[in-house]
Each structure stands twice: as structure tokens, then as C-alpha cells.
Design a protein around this ligand. Structure first.
Ligand code: GLA
Length: 390
């Protein structure tokens, strides 16, 4: 049975079949290059995935929401009064939804009533593919459509980020929500996170596919270390501002950075800022390479991105390093790197079509030998962003 039929059947059983019942979807994302640049005023290059979260919803006549998630049936039906929302940082699926309703209201939008909803996910959670942003954008597109809110999908991305920062206590940048809200089939999004100007870039991959490898590990420090990286970059920026007139680290070229790097007092902060500046430049160059059909150059920049994330930004981990370093050895691998926030999660690789089986076999075997863990693989198809389906 298609997933939307399953959802509809579950909705009818739990909440009844009368009235205007609508179906929505919001995707996860994979970032091809431009990691930890989105809170440094740099560029990112993600695409939305065909995996994500589906929801079926119908308005209510009161201020209550009733939500059931088929992926987490053990949570039962979550009920909340939308006039009494307050920040929660439990990182649970319904906190991301509640956060978005709260954020809309904080920004002055009227949420006139609650709704009943059943949802389901077909993507791995906690794997660095932005399951949480997908839930936020599902909540945003449901609210936009059910309540006819006068917002664009780009506004929905900003609302999602605002809610994650202020309701869920995670100081993330805009990349994940933007990719989930604004994705376009067969395209990646070249986004300037400072101005929010963006361009779609067609992924004309014919002889290659984008392969995501899930390490199936998530290290505890993910949230706290992320916020720590962010403040280290802010501190480096403050030092640089004493000697050069810039607004963000994304304003600097590599050579301007090298010339002024000594102004950053703390050597660790200097490494963090170096990554942010060089990664931004790599992202711009990578998009240029892709547009010129130079896929090998794109792959090389992906590899450099990983080294910088591993050594200067220090957000990789041994398991993910094994996946990437092993991928580099496989014939037909154009490029491979960690993707997302880090400390576990997934890698993204561009692999020639006729080497994908060998890639999976070898990585699975070596990863199991070295870690005792099983890796999982997904072929990424760049897909459309959050939307109403029916
Ligand atoms: C997480 C955050 C994003 C971004 C990435 C790293 O996914 O949510 O905003 O900072 O990490 O690039």
C-alpha cells in the first residue's frame, strides 16, 4: 500500500473520516558541500531528498492539536493546547512541530485553531540527513496551507530555523530548513546564507550517482559541540573585526584570511575560522566546477572538505573517517566526505554507476571488520521541497 494510503487509513481510524483531510510531505536533505558555513555567512550546496516525513491533517474547531506518529506509535496520541506552548528541548518529533506553531505565533501570524494529524517517516532519524528540519517544514507547510498563512516557502524555512533555535535550543543555521522547504527535483541549491539569495543548479549526473552511507552512529556531544563550534567562530570573527572590516567569516577570501589570521588569538578558534573561510571558497569553486561539467574537480573539493572538517573543524569521528577514507580507495569514487553536523551520521559520495555495487560491498565489509557495525546505503535523488500532495 502506498505510504499516503496507509496514513489516510490510520487517520480515519483514529480521528474519523469526515471533513477536509489533506496530505503533505517534507523531505530530508543531503549537503553536497559547504559544511558548517551556514552560521558563518557562507555558502552551502544541499539538495532535498525523496525521503522525509509525510503528514495527513484536518483542522479542528478548538485550540487543540492531536498528533499521532506511525513511526513512534509508542508515544500514542500527543495532545497540546496551542495557546500554552513554551520552549522544550527534548528533541522529540512533536517538539519540532510544536516549535513551529509557536514560532509562527511569535512572529505575529494567527494560528486560528488546532488540527488532527497522523504522520510517518521514511528516513533515518539522527543520521545527519535533517529529519528534524523535515518535521519542522512539514509542520510549516501544514500551517501555511490549512490556515492560509501569507508566507512563502522561504519564510517557512526561516520560521523553522527560528523555532529550532528558540524553542528546541539548537543553534543551527538555515541550511537544513531551506533545503527541505525549497528543494527542486534534479537540482541542488546554491545558497548564500548571509543574503538568502539562491540559485538552483542542475545535477546533470548521468554516469554517476550520489550515494549516502549511514555510519549508524551518533555521538553524544553532537548538540553541545555544535553550539561550541558556533561560538568559537563568533569569537574568531570578533578578533578579526579588530583588524579588518568584515561582517561575517564568509566575507573573507582565503588569502585575506591568511593575511589576517594572526589576529585570532586562540589557535583552536583560528583553525575553526580557517575551515569556515576555506570551506566557503571550496563551495563556490565546487559549484563553478559542476556547472562547467568538471565532476572530477567537484569530487576533489569534496575530499578536501572532509579533511578540513576532520582536522581543522574536528567534527568527524573515527567511524565516519573509516567510511570516507575507505571510499577514497574505491575505483569509480569521484569524491566522498562527511555530510551534516558531524559526530556520526552519514557520508555523501559521488560514485560511478558501474562501481556502486563494488562500493557498497567493500565499504560494508571493511566497516564491519573495523567497527563491528553495519553501514546502510541510500541512493540520493534530488527531489522537490515541502508541499501539499493531495
Ligand atoms: C546541521 C545544522 C545546519 C548546518 C550543518 C553543518 O545540520 O542544522 O544548520 O550548520 O549542521 O553544515
Amino acid at each position: 500500500m502506498p505510504v499516503t494510503d496507509e496514513l489516510m487509513a490510520c487517520f480515519r481510524e483514529r480521528f474519523g473520516s469526515e471533513g477536509d483531510i489533506r496530505v503533505y510531505f517534507a523531505p530530508g536533505r543531503v549537503n553536497l558541500i559547504g559544511e558548517h558555513t551556514d552560521y558563518n555567512g557562507g555558502h552551502v550546496f544541499p539538495c532535498a531528498l525523496s525521503m522525509g516525513n509525510y503528514g495527513v491533517a484536518r483542522k479542528r474547531n478548538d485550540k487543540t492539536v492531536r498528533w499521532f506518529n506511525m513511526t513512534y506509535p509508542e508515544n500514542g496520541v500527543i495532545t497540546a493546547d496551542i495557546t500554552k506552548l513554551a520552549p522544550e528541548d527534548n528533541g522529540l518529533w512533536y517538539d519540532y512541530q510544536l516549535g513551529v506553531l509557536w514560532a509562527f505565533m511569535q512572529k505575529g501570524y494567527e494560528i486560528p485553531c488546532g488540527y488532527d494529524m497522523v504522520m510517518i517517516s521514511d528516513m533515518p532519524a539522527g543520521a545527519g540527513l535533517s529529519a528534524s528540519a523535515s518535521i519542522e517544514e512539514l509542520a510549516a507547510v501544514i500551517a501555511k496551507d490549512l490556515f492560509s498563512l501569507d508566507v512563502t516557502m522561504s519564510d517557512c524555512a526561516v520560521i523553522g530555523q527560528y523555532s529550532e533555535n528558540n524553542f528546541n535550543g539548537m543553534n543551527c543555521g538555515i541550511m537544513d530548513q531551506f533545503a527541505s522547504a525549497m528543494g527542486k527535483k534534479n537540482n541542488a541549491i546554491f545558497l548564500d546564507t548571509d543574503s538568502l539569495e539562491y540559485e538552483y543548479v542542475q545535477l546533470n549526473l548521468k554516469a554517476e550517482r550520489i550515494v549516502i552511507t549511514n555510519s549508524n552512529v551518533k555521538h553524544q556531544l553532537a548538540g553541545s559541540a555544535y553550539n561550541e563550534r558556533r561560538s568559537q567562530c563568533e569569537s574568531a570573527l570578533r578578533d578579526l573585526k579588530e583588524v579588518i572590516d568584515i561582517k561575517t567569516l564568509g566575507d573573507l577570501s582565503e588569502s585575506e584570511f591568511d593575511k589576517n589570521a594572526d589576529a585570532i588569538k586562540d589557535p583552536v578558534n583560528r583553525k575553526r575560522a580557517k575551515h569556515a573561510v576555506y570551506e566557503n571558497s571550496r563551495t563556490i569553486r565546487a559549484v563553478h566546477a559542476l556547472r562547467s561539467g568538471e565532476i572530477e574537480a567537484f569530487g576533489k573539493l569534496m575530499n578536501e572538505s572532509h579533511v578540513s572538517l576532520r582536522d581543522d573543524y574536528e567534527v568527524s569521528c573515527p567511524e565516519v573517517d573509516i567510511l570516507v577514507e575507505e571510499a577514497w580507495k574505491v575505483e569509480g569514487v569521484i569524491g566522498s566526505r562527511m555530510t551534516g553536523g558531524g559526530f556520526g551520521g552519514c557520508t555523501v559520495s559521488i560514485v560511478k554507476n558501474d562501481h556502486i555495487d563494488e562500493f557498497k560491498d567493500r565499504i560494508s565489509r571493511v566497516y564491519r571488520e573495523k567497527t563491528g557495525l553495519d553501514a546502510a546505503f541510500y541512493i540520493a535523488d534530488a527531489a522537490d521541497g515541502a508541499r501539499r500532495l493531495l
